[in-house]
Ligand binder design. Structure first.
Ligand code: NI
Length: 213
């Protein structure tokens, strides 16, 4: 299959899978991550075809949406259906596998260039104004409260505990979002993360000012 046709068909497939999502993992998240990933990918001379394909497919097996560990089965089945060879399909699934955040104390550093690019792009969409909107949308979709001063944030040292957390959404800023800036793996990712990080800090300051008035 021609690369352009493959990308377009993958886009349509992903849209159909994520249609109706209200947890912040809808098609527009994929769209933004793809654009960020292509921009970052260019800056480090990554394989842009792999980056784009992995960006399109990166959330269809996500544990937050499927309820199970991201085993990459949907993505793999799709790639095989498109006639992608075993080696390339495994490479793309490997990139996707390395993307997600697994807890404050869990190291997700990777030396696969395309994975570094996609990880930064996905994490940039988790912070800043859009990140704040998505975080509350996700919390609401899982029945989490907004804030409870009696429940302190927890630094999860393994993925299982991180997944099980039912803490209020404000805790998520400390357990994940504010940590992402220092985990960026590309120069462009680090630069873009700065402003988004500062905006979250401002948001939290304002939140507590209003809470305590
Ligand atoms: Ni994502």
């Amino acid at each position: 299959m021609e690369k352009e046709i493959l990308l377009k068909e993958t886009e349509d497939f992903v849209k159909s899978v994520l249609e109706g999502d209200s947890s912040g993992h809808d098609w527009w998240h994929i769209h933004r991550v793809r654009n960020l990933a292509l921009m970052i990918g260019k800056s480090v001379e990554a394989d842009l075809f792999l980056v784009e394909l992995a960006a399109l497919l990166h959330d269809i097996d996500d544990w937050k949406l499927t309820g199970s560990a991201g085993d990459g089965q949907k993505a793999l089945r799709w790639l095989k259906r498109c006639g992608i060879g075993e080696h390339d399909a495994a490479r793309i699934c490997g990139i996707i596998e390395g993307v997600s955040f697994k807890g404050a104390g869990v190291n997700t550093f990777t030396d696969i260039l395309e994975c570094r690019v996609l990880q930064d792009a996905d994490r940039l969409d988790a912070i800043g104004a859009i990140g704040i909107a998505r975080t509350f949308a996700y919390g609401g979709s899982r029945g989490r409260g907004i804030y409870d001063p009696s429940i302190p944030p927890e630094m999860h040292t393994n993925f299982e505990n991180y997944k099980k957390s039912t803490a209020p959404t404000i805790n998520h800023f400390y357990e994940k979002l504010l940590l992402l800036k220092d985990q960026m793996q590309t120069t462009m990712g680090r630069t873009l993360a700065e402003q988004r990080h500062d905006f979250m800090r401002q948001f939290l300051d304002q939140f507590y000012t209003e809470w305590n008035c």
